[in-house]
Design a protein around this ligand. Sequence first.
Ligand SMILES: Nc1nc2c(ncn2[C@@H]2O[C@H](COP(=O)(O)OP(=O)(O)O)[C@@H](O)[C@H]2O)c(=O)[nH]1
Ligand SMILES: [Mg+2]
Length: 406
Amino acid sequence: MAFPKPIRLLAAACMALFLFLLLQMMRNPSPFTAPGSKAKDEFASFVRDPNLDETLEPPEPLRRVSGHNYDADNVHSDRINATLLSLVRNKELKELVQSMQDLERTWNHKFNYPWTFINDEPFTEEFKKVTQLQTKAWCRYEVIPKEHWEIPSWINKDLMHESANYLEDQDVQYAHMESYHQMCRWNSGFFYKHPALADYQYYWRVEPNVHFFCDVDYDVFRYMQDHNKTYGFTVTLYDSPPSITTLWPETMKFVAANKHLLAHNNAMGFLTDRERRPEHNFQANGYSTCHFWSNFEIGDMNFWRSPAYEAYFEHLDRAGGFFYERWGDAPVHTIALGLFEDSSKIHWFKDIGYQHIPFFNCPNSPKCKGCITGRLTDGEAWLNREDCRPNWFKYVGNEWESKLSS
Ligand SMILES: Nc1nc2c(ncn2[C@@H]2O[C@H](COP(=O)(O)OP(=O)(O)O)[C@@H](O)[C@H]2O)c(=O)[nH]1
Ligand SMILES: [Mg+2]
């Protein structure tokens, strides 16, 4: 049946309009690239996000798969003493499987590093069975010694409860959740003391429900060792000041008594910047609140096992802020690294595409699938303000610039 010409033209116009609208909906919503509304620009961290520049691999030497050198059953493999590490609850099995599948697909099916799962209670048989099915690598299931997890004797429970009420009024998340405080303390000062990790030097922390987007074709643990790196991050953010009001003052007390521990090439500027978010610095009593987002960490446990860090952690633990405030392991790790480690030993794993809700690290690389290049968040536009990378680049630098990236 033939339609009159005006009807055909109208149908064609409707189709074109529909396609145009569809295209608009699928457009990259990155605040960095879109000419953008005022609201978006207002929150953009950079004139141009460095993740928009093409990212290949970090510099050689890089250790790759060759023949059977990383086979899971090769007892003489090129693997070093390192493990993937996950503190996780039985009820998070499905979310953990998601993280495992992404990391196995993009990296570990090539290198077959063991997984170590840690819990404050025994893992179920189902948890063990299902996680082992996700990998050819060896899986270990460990329980935390009670004395590493329980709330220490010097914490006053009444004061803790009152403090949690106060924190809640300040909109501090998880204020009343004791286990969250315990988890932050354990990640700050105990994970590397677990007997099951005694023979390992390097770890890659993996949380349930995170995503990995990019194929990584070199052994990242060997990268850390060969390039003399202590710690690697993907995302760095501002923290909630009321959760850490006295963390910096306590740190300063410790530093005043231990000046010799400060690294020569430290990241004090990054830790104390007050130009970008002056109100954060003010509320956190001198700390910028910038921290490496510790749900992703690739690190050398020798740093956490050093006498300097042990003394610092002990000082913080006695001060009580893991329970009277809600000190996170992220700011604690970051401050320690920023003060006591040479900042050239801290590496931005720009090439590892990563997401933990609601933030991403999404590089511009043909190796990446499933994230939008340069997009920091899929949440509200104001979340872009939480990005602390510009501060890191300002005080420490961007090692990927110039010769390294392409
Ligand atoms: N075994 C165990 N793991 C926990 C507990 N609380 C948190 N975790 C783990 O600690 C990590 C951080 O917790 P999560 O709830 O993701 O905190 P968020 O990312 O800060 O919202 C995740 O790997 C959790 O599985 C706990 O009480 N027991
Ligand atoms: Mg999490």
